[in-house]
Write a new protein. Sequence first.
Length: 347
Amino acid sequence: MLALRFYNKRDVRLENLPKPEPSENEVLIKVTQSGISQTQINEFIEGPFFINKDPHPLTGKSIPLIPCQEYGGIIEDVGKKVPKSLIGKQVAVLPLKSCGRCKYCKKGKENLCEKMAYHGLLGLDGGFAEYSVVHVNNIFPVEKEELLTFIEPLLVGLNTFDIYRTISKKKSFKREKVLILGAGPVGLSVASVWKDYVKADVSINDILAFRHKKAKELGLKTVDKGEIKKNSFDVVIDAAGMDPLSTQSAIVEGINYIKKGGFLISVGSYFHPVEFIPADLTFSEKNIISSMAYSLKLVNELPDVIKNLKINFKSLIQEIPLSKIIEEGYYRAEVEKESFVRIVVKC
């Protein structure tokens, strides 16, 4: 099979590999769609950050690794202990794999597992390949093909809400004013969860004009940088992360926008230091909290999230073939971010 493998910074290679076979509790997926995330581009440009060079404690696997944590396809074969009725089903991959035994797993915080693995990112191969094998517990049935690469980002968005509802202890969120910084695949997924499922009052901003305009076309309430009022949002979610095009990191900028006693939820990844004045938080009791991936309990809530979605995710996708992933995927995502929202590899 054709697959892309990550070896090191600026070293990804298209290779022909043996077609994998599912073990007794696994399924073999013919990958049909895999999304290029900013996380993978960061790994390529400056990494590895998440991708592990040493053998992973849970899986034993290290680089070279097949990247991509946001993907899905059609089940082509199953292991001996998996029902054959699953063959032919369209599924998205739930990338998180935990040990199930550590103190975090026992608390239902598998995303903090001491040995957590993640398909396409940490200790497990991912979706930039014609085929992928995953445990039967790591699949989620999907009717609409365009949602295959958005299931993981939607879970990421749902996790931000789960953290906030746990901390705030509120029962209704219709009056919550929420600002999303970043209108990439994660930012738009986070916005759709908070707007369509949570029913909060959501605004979104992106420094890239193309993505800002696309968010508006999708029916989201966009706000330009100069129009964002300070101290006016209950929740600000940084879904932008590290971006060389930004003059100020979103996590620092976002502090200005939350109300006294409000919350900034950090989803975006930063691998370099950022500066802020702690007194800006202390004097107003503003809070910064982080949100990492998702916990397994949220998968049960995901069907209700999907039922409420109003965003046309299909309109965000630009497809490329796997054979062109380096030139039209990785290189383009590095230098032409203004020209797309979601590049999807069509296998």
